[in-house]
Design a protein around this ligand. Structure first.
Ligand SMILES: Cc1ncc(COP(=O)(O)O)c(C=O)c1O
Length: 381
C-alpha cells in the first residue's frame, strides 16, 4: 500500500484528460455544459462541485482516514457547517479555552437561539461527567487548543460520548493529519482551518471537515451546497499545492520548535512554557499517546506583563507580528489583544490567557536564528 506521504505527492498528478499536464489544471469555471436538457457530466455548477475542490477533498480524506471531506471557504465556515447537523435544542459542548473565533461563533449563535451551547473545561472530570448527564448531541474538542496547547484525551472522550449517543468533532488545525488523526481515535469529524499547516504558506484562507461516516459526509455536502460555503477552485488548488510539502515542513518546523521550547524552558526570564513535547508540560503523556509529535506551536509567559511582552515583541527581527500560524515563516502573536482580543477579560481569565502570554508559530528559518532573535529580545526585560 502506498504511504500517505507518497499518495499526497501523487494526488491529482498526471490526471489531466486534455493535455496530460503533470500538475493538475485549475478549473475556474463557475458552470459546466449539459449534454442535453436531462443529461449532464460529472460537474454542473461550481458551488456544488469542482474538480480542484474534489482533488483536495480526496487528499484530505486519505490523510485523515475518513469517508469523505467537505472543503469550505474558511475554518470558521467549517465549524459553522457542522453545527447545521443539530437541532436548536440539542446541546453542543465546547472547551472554554477554544479558539476565540469558535467561542464567538457558538456563543452568538446561542444568543440568537439557533443552537444550545455549554463551554466547559474538558480536563475537569467533574465538569465532563456533569455535562454528560445532559445528553449532549455534539462534543467539539480542540486538541491542542489555541493558544495554550492543552490536550484532551480524545479516545477517552469519544468512548464516553458513544455511551450517551453524542458525536465528537475535533479541531485538528494546530497539528494537521501528519501529527494526529482524530477519526482513528474514535471521533466522527476532523475539522481544519486549512489556512494554517495544510496550506502552509499564509496565502489562502480555507477550511475542511472530514467525516468518518458516509451519512454525515453526505449531510455536510448537502448543507455546504445549500449554504454556499464551499471553497473556491483557486484556493483548493493552492491548498493542495501547499499540502504536498506538509510532511517535510512539519518535520523541520517541529524539530526547530523542540529546540526553541528547550531554550525557553531554561531561560530565567520565562516563567512558563506551553509545549506538549517538553516532559514538564501537562500534555506530555497525552502527546505521546495520541499524537505522532508535539507540532510546531509554542506559547510562553514572560516575567512581567503587558509592558514586558510588548518590549519582546517589538524587538524581534525574525518573527512577524501577525495573528495566524502554521506557515513557512515564524509568527508571533499576543493573544490578549490579537486572537483573543474580541472576548471579555473574564472569559480570557477563565481560559487562562494572561497579559504575559505570547504565542509563537515556528517556521522554516534556521533554529539558531530564531533562538538568537528571542535571546536578544529577552535582554530587554
Ligand atoms: C484552532 C482554530 N480553529 C479554527 C480557526 C478559524 O480558521 P479560519 O481563520 O481559517 O476561519 C482558527 C484560526 O486561527 C484556529 O486557530
Amino acid at each position: 500500500m502506498t504511504s500517505k506521504r507518497t499518495s499526497l505527492i501523487q494526488a491529482g498528478m498526471g490526471d489531466d484528460p486534455a493535455y496530460k499536464s503533470v500538475s493538475p489544471p485549475i478549473y475556474l469555471s463557475s458552470t459546466y455544459c449539459f449534454d442535453t436538457i436531462s443529461e449532464k457530466g460529472k460537474y454542473d455548477y461550481g458551488r456544488t462541485a469542482n474538480p480542484n475542490r474534489n482533488e483536495l477533498a480526496e487528499a484530505l480524506t486519505k490523510l485523515e482516514n475518513g469517508f469523505s471531506c467537505v472543503v469550505t471557504s474558511s475554518g470558521m465556515s467549517a465549524i459553522d457547517l457542522v453545527t447545521n447537523l443539530f437541532k436548536a435544542n440539542e446541546l453542543i459542548v465546547a472547551p472554554n479555552d477554544c479558539y476565540a473565533g469558535t467561542h464567538r461563533l457558538l456563543s452568538h449563535r446561542a444568543k440568537q437561539g439557533r443552537l444550545k451551547v455549554r463551554f466547559i473545561d474538558f480536563l475537569d472530570a467533574n465538569e465532563v461527567s456533569e455535562v454528560f448527564k445532559e445528553k449532549p448531541a455534539l462534543l467539539l474538542l480542540e486538541s491542542p487548543s489555541n493558544p495554550l496547547l492543552r490536550l484532551v484525551d480524545i479516545s477517552e472522550i469519544c468512548e464516553f460520548a458513544k455511551s450517551v449517543g453524542a458525536l465528537v468533532a475535533v479541531d485538528n488545525t494546530l497539528l494537521s493529519p501528519v501529527r494526529q488523526r482524530p477519526l482513528d481515535l474514535g471521533a466522527d469529524f476532523s475539522i481544519h482551518s486549512t489556512t494554517k499547516y495544510l496550506n502552509g504558506h499564509s496565502d489562502v484562507v480555507g477550511g475542511a471537515i472530514i467525516s468518518k461516516k458516509q451519512e454525515h459526509g453526505d449531510q455536510l455536502t448537502w448543507w455546504a451546497n445549500c449554504l454556499g460555503v464551499t471553497g473556491s477552485p483557486f484556493d483548493s488548488y493552492m491548498t493542495l499545492r501547499g499540502m504536498r510539502t506538509l510532511h517535510p515542513r512539519m518535520d523541520s518546523q517541529e524539530s526547530s520548535a523542540m529546540k526553541v521550547a528547550q531554550f525557553l524552558h531554561k531561560h530565567p526570564k520565562i516563567t512558563k512554557v506551553y509545549y506538549p513535547g517538553l516532559p514538564s508540560d501537562s500534555g506530555y503523556r497525552l502527546c505521546k499517546k495520541q499524537q505522532s509529535g508535539p507540532g510546531a506551536m509554542i506559547s510562553f509567559e514572560v516575567n512581567g506583563g503587558f509592558n514586558e511582552a510588548k518590549k519582546v515583541i517589538e524587538s524581534l527581527k525574525v518573527f512577524q507580528l501577525a495573528p495566524s500560524l502554521g506557515g513557512v515563516e515564524s509568527l508571533i502573536s499576543y493573544p490578549p489583544t490579537m486572537t483573543h482580543g474580541g472576548i471579555s477579560e473574564t472569559l480570557r481569565c477563565t481560559a487562562g490567557i494572561k497579559e504575559s502570554l505570547l504565542r509563537i508559530s515556528i517556521g522554516l528559518e534556521s533554529s539558531e536564528d530564531i533562538i538568537q532573535d528571542l535571546s536578544a529580545s529577552f535582554t530587554l526585560i
